[in-house]
Design a protein around this ligand. Structure first.
Ligand SMILES: Nc1ncnc2c1ncn2[C@@H]1O[C@H](COP(=O)(O)OP(=O)(O)OP(=O)(O)O)[C@@H](O)[C@H]1O
Length: 869
């Protein structure tokens, strides 16, 4: 600290010496580099004659003065104080020298804001200083706080300029770009009544806290004490801010506050915090070894961000540290308090990662982590771009919906990476108790805080991206209070004051960015829905899965298993077989599991693989010998000495996985209930459905269970929901009237008791889109005609003969492609939905859009259709 030197300069000014340049030189010689620090110096309040605010004055009373703008990268300073500033911009320095020489030694000094994207509460000079010297004109102007100090140059030596602050001012406009010159308006404090009890009481408290702080800093006490008693309220507030040692943003807030009462309050808070911090080291000296060690550990943790810890938390820390001192080191109370302090001091108070809004970088990251999903990525880029304009991404909650394994979590992780936020996920589906969110009350040693606090401790920053995984699982199986606890987390009104039961004081979660995922949107509790922006991910067709497995899943699994690319080859045919025959899913979760299974087996085989004594037989020198694992695994060399000796001539036998040996790694293909028939038999038609697992194909099957004159009836599976039951009955009526038109003599429906089977898995979403498929299967049975091969039909039918649109067009189309469907019939009203799909999803499909069942009839039972007789 350069306070001794500072005091000398102050005395110089106070003693009325005019040759400040000379004095400054003495000062520098005596204090050396310390003058480079951003220390401020107490000047003579009366000498500069400013800031006589008590009781008078209007704001901005002197408009229009032009001054050079001097950026202050570290701390603002206050009227009545002196400050040496290093000026690194040669043009600005020359201009300052000229002003000084021409006896117009006035300048505007403005604190530099941190770089855009940096959290303003994370104050650090280096961040502010970074690149500031490259900025000119408007760019520089935008990086300066508008409110600054009107200062007089007292002397210049080299690139160091000594200033005394005269008063506050505000930039009104830019006059010159280089060096930056601005027009300013002078600011005066708002009028106030100096006899007011409240302001007097506050100033009294400021003085007393200031004295307490000074008692811990004897080097300042001597210089400052006289000013405490003699300063006006406004100057007292400024003095307090400086002595508190607060960082730039907090001091800037004091500088900008023209209401003297509010300024005193701000300063009081800063001083109290400074006081609390100063208590911690005192304690450490007084206690026993174990407690000292613990306290030292806690103190060390707080070291970096002391100033960012809220006052109420500091108070709790100090109280708990005092308690710790009173307990036996082996007592339960000691351990309880120790745990509590451990949590308290491990939280990232005021530590934020710098948010990055660069959309080009974000796009690169999203592409690096996730294949395809162009529309989803575009939405995310929009989200980031809006965040850039607003200065924050807070307040909007994205919710990714879609079946398992479509990459919802992976996208969330990429957003965190793109925004430069830490990532943490909380699966709410697995929560059983509100305490998992809100924490346990501190009643015993094993009590812990809730997930959110655990998250902050784990990630080490106060602004992570937290993925709430499975919001659709809330509500149904959970107690109402757990659901509302999660809701409070997401609510910007509530989460700034989130109270974890373990701490019992508010923790600010307002800087956390929440993103949610859900499998089924319809199951998301309503209270959540209206806060969210839904982005759905439908699933992947085979060629997309091929890219994902080749470029992402295989690569990451191979790396995780420590296998080199040259040691293994999984052929395209094997991967395609895996996709088509083993993994009938919308996402790639099963595929990932199968790839892991394959690679674990490969790792074992490579581990068992012997070492060849012969030189590698390869086309090119150094190339690995490629041989099928079946042949090679017979070699079993176990002698480790021999292995070491033969390292130099080691032959890597590449494991090749093809269709022929795929089953050795993943077993036989699984039964695919979505594709049972190559050609559906009479009475069976294929429909398209949507379930929580994504789109799927399903077979609707009509069977005759009884025959006889006048026996016409329809029986349905018991598990069918009301909507589907209604659809089936309507389908029976429509099919009967259709048959009468097509084959008037056919009395099949009148004389047959039928059973209409709908697969259980398709009935979970009780909806009417299978209506047209039901009619078709009934007609197929009645006319003994096969339905066109590889045809899937979806559409709701009304009694009036209209075909109504259905939902989940993308999901259903993907499911159709996955199950070898060649022709799809969609309602005409869904044409637009289909047209909007990506080309690779629509590829190779013959799609018909209809608004009348006759059109379906013609496609399904066209002239070339075989009869099933
Ligand atoms: N488009 C994609 N590109 C690359 N990898 C993907 C893609 N989609 C999914 N994956 C990968 O598939 C795996 C499963 O994805 P993820 O866990 O993100 O799915 P999810 O939709 O969140 O599933 P769940 O609902 O079961 O939680 C991850 O390894 C993920 O990286």
């Amino acid at each position: 600290m350069a306070w001794r030197g500072i005091f000398k300069i102050f005395s110089t000014i106070a003693s009325g010496k005019n040759n400040l340049n000379e004095e400054k030189m003495d000062f520098e010689e005596e204090t050396g580099d310390r003058v480079l620090n951003d220390e401020v110096e107490l000047g003579d309040e009366e000498e500069d004659g400013e800031d006589d605010a008590e009781g008078d004055e209007k704001e901005d009373d002197e408009e229009g003065e032009e001054v050079l703008a001097l950026p202050l990268p570290h701390l603002p300073f206050f009227p009545g104080f002196h400050k040496p500033v290093q000026v690194k911009d040669p043009k600005l320095l020359a201009a300052l020298q000229e002003s000084y020489a021409w006896h117009a030694p006035y300048v505007g000094a403005f604190l530099v804001k941190d770089e855009p994207g940096t959290d303003p509460s994370l104050v650090s000079g280096s961040k502010a200083e970074k690149n500031i010297y490259d900025l000119k004109g408007k760019e520089l102007l935008n990086r300066l706080y508008e409110v600054g100090i009107h200062a007089k140059i007292l002397g210049i030596r080299g690139d160091r300029v000594v200033l005394v602050a005269l008063g506050r001012l505000r930039i009104t406009e830019m006059v010159d770009k280089e060096p930056l010159t601005v027009k300013v308006g002078h600011l005066k404090d708002k009028p106030y009544n100096k006899d007011d009890d409240v302001i007097n009481a506050t100033s009294f408290e400021v003085k007393s806290t200031l004295r307490d702080v000074l008692n811990t800093r004897s080097y300042l006490k001597r210089i400052c004490t006289q000013y405490i008693d003699n300063s006006k309220f406004s100057r007292l507030a400024d003095l307090g801010a400086v002595i508190s040692g607060a960082k730039n943003l907090q001091c800037q807030q004091v500088l900008e506050e023209l209401d003297v009462y509010k300024r005193l309050k701000l300063t009081l808070e800063l001083l109290k915090k400074s006081m609390e911090i100063s208590k911690i080291p005192e304690f450490v000296l007084e206690t026993d070894a174990k407690t000292t060690l613990s306290a030292a550990k806690f103190r060390e943790r707080l070291e970096g961000n002391r100033d960012q810890i809220p006052l109420h938390v500091l108070q709790v820390i100090n109280e708990e540290l005092s308690k710790l001192q009173q307990f036996e080191a082996s007592s339960i109370e000691f351990n309880e308090t120790h745990n509590y302090l451990d949590w308290l001091t491990a939280l990232p108070w005021g530590i934020y990662s710098d948010e990055n809004f660069d959309v080009f970088r974000a796009k690169k990251i999203l592409d690096e982590d996730n294949y395809g999903l162009a529309d989803v990525k575009e939405r995310i880029l929009e989200f980031i771009a809006v965040g850039k304009h607003r200065g924050t991404t807070q307040g909007r909650i994205l919710c990714f919906s879609g079946p398992p394994g479509v990459g919802k979590m992976s996208i969330g992780r990429s957003i965190a990476r793109a925004l430069n936020r830490k990532f943490y996920s909380i699966s709410v589906g697995g929560l059983t108790n509100i305490a998992e969110i809100k924490g346990h009350f501190r009643i015993n040693v094993s009590s812990t805080p809730g997930k959110m606090v655990q998250c902050l401790k784990t990630v080490g920053t106060a602004n992570p991206l937290v993925l709430i995984d499975g919001v659709d699982k809330l509500g149904r199986q959970h107690a109402r209070d757990l659901t509302s606890a999660v809701l409070d987390l997401l609510d910007p009104e509530q989460n700034a004051k989130f109270v974890d039961n373990y701490f019992f004081f508010p923790i600010d979660l307002s800087k956390v960015l929440f993103v949610c995922t859900a499998d089924v949107v319809d199951n998301i509790p309503k209270d959540f829905l209206y806060r969210m922006e839904l982005i759905s991910i439908a699933g992947y067709v085979a060629d997309e899965k091929m890219h994902i497995v080749r470029d992402y899943l295989e690569k990451s699994t191979r790396e995780a298993c420590g296998i080199k690319p040259e040691e293994v080859e999984v052929t395209d045919a094997a991967l395609l077989c895996l996709i088509e025959k083993y993994c009938h899913e919308a996402g790639v979760q099963k595929l990932q599991k199968h790839i892991e299974k394959i690679y674990h087996k490969i790792a074992l085989q490579l581990g068992r693989q012997g070492v060849s004594y012969e030189p590698a037989i390869a086309d090119k020198p150094g190339e690995a010998l490629v041989r099928c694992i079946g042949e090679s695994s017979k070699k079993d060399v176990t002698d480790s000495k021999t292995i070491q000796e033969s390292e130099a001539t080691r032959t890597i036998e590449k494991v090749v996985i093809d269709i022929s040996n795929l089953a050795d790694f993943v077993g036989d293909p699984v039964f695919n209930a979505e594709h049972i028939y190559d050609q559906t038999p009479v009475g069976v038609a294929m429909g398209l459905a949507w379930t929580a697992m994504g789109g799927s194909t399903l077979y609707i099957k009509a069977t005759q269970i009884e025959q006889g004159e006048g026996k016409g009836a329809l029986t349905l599976p018991g598990q069918l929901g009301d909507v589907m039951k209604g659809s089936a009955q309507l389908a029976h009526i429509v099919a009967r009237s259709m048959l009468f038109k097509k084959e008037p003599d056919n009395r099949y429906f009148a004389n047959s008791k039928l059973y209409l089977h709908v697969p259980l898995r398709a009935t979970s979403m009780d909806e009417p889109s299978a209506g047209c498929t039901m009619i078709t299967s009934l007609l197929s049975l009645a006319m003994k005609k096969l339905v066109k091969k590889d045809l899937a039909i979806t559409g709701e039918f009304t009694l009036l003969g209209r075909i109504l649109p259905i939902g989940w067009v993308k999901e259903k189309t993907i499911a159709a492609r996955r199950n070898g469907v060649k022709t799809i019939i969609f309602p005409l009203a869904n044409k637009r939905d289909f047209d909007e799909l990506a080309t690779n999803v629509k590829e190779g499909l013959d799609v018909h859009f209809v608004d009348d069942y006759n059109q379906i009839f013609d496609i399904a039972f066209g002239d070339d259709q075989e009869t099933g007789k």
